[in-house]
Design a protein. Structure first.
Length: 180
């Protein structure tokens, strides 16, 4: 049976390079059943405890959680907004975190980030890795791709040899964790 991989570009941009990068990463896993989510399909009111008490947890948050529940592994590529998560991603995460403890249900994860600049979204990637690797008892890998426009092409994937090698090492570790 094919392993189910949940794939997110943690950005609401229709032309998100992080969505493109997450899709590329997942496509490298041969024989996997990919579930590529668009954050725009999970737009909810901004989380607040008052809103939760008044209206409960939105159905979209429950649906998002079900995607996590049915996945064997999760790939997320983070857009960096002012050194942190995009507002769209953070809001979904906040709502989903209210459903039950352990948002990611200890699923193996591959955390990615890319940006047009030379830091490659490393700030948000470090933030996510610190939080998710602490809370997750399973494998959590990470990889940052700097200078997306120079280091990536849709036809060739990751162009820089050293970066490609590092990426494939992380992908292999993730794939091995998913297939255990």
């Amino acid at each position: 049976m094919a392993k189910r991989i949940l794939v997110l570009g943690a950005s609401s941009s229709k032309k998100s390079i992080n969505k493109q990068f997450a899709s590329y990463a997942a496509a490298q896993i041969k024989g996997a059943d990919l579930n590529l989510l668009d954050l725009n399909d999970f737009e909810m009111p901004i989380y607040s405890i008052d809103r939760e008490k008044e209206d409960g947890i939105p159905a979209l948050a429950q649906q998002f959680k079900e995607h996590i529940r049915t996945a064997d592994g999760i790939i997320i590529s983070f857009a960096e907004h002012n050194g942190a998560y995009s507002a769209a991603y953070k809001n979904i995460y906040d709502w989903v975190s209210r459903i039950e403890k352990g948002v990611w249900l200890d699923k193996p994860m591959l955390l990615l980030a890319t940006s047009p600049g030379g830091r490659g979204g490393i700030g948000v990637l470090d933030l996510a890795f610190s939080s998710y690797s602490y809370a997750n008892k399973n494998h959590v890998g990470r990889f940052s791709l700097p200078s997306f426009g120079q280091n990536f092409s849709p036809e060739g994937g990751i162009l820089d040899r050293d970066l490609k090698t590092e990426f494939h090492e992380q992908l292999l570790q993730f794939t091995q964790a998913v297939t255990k």
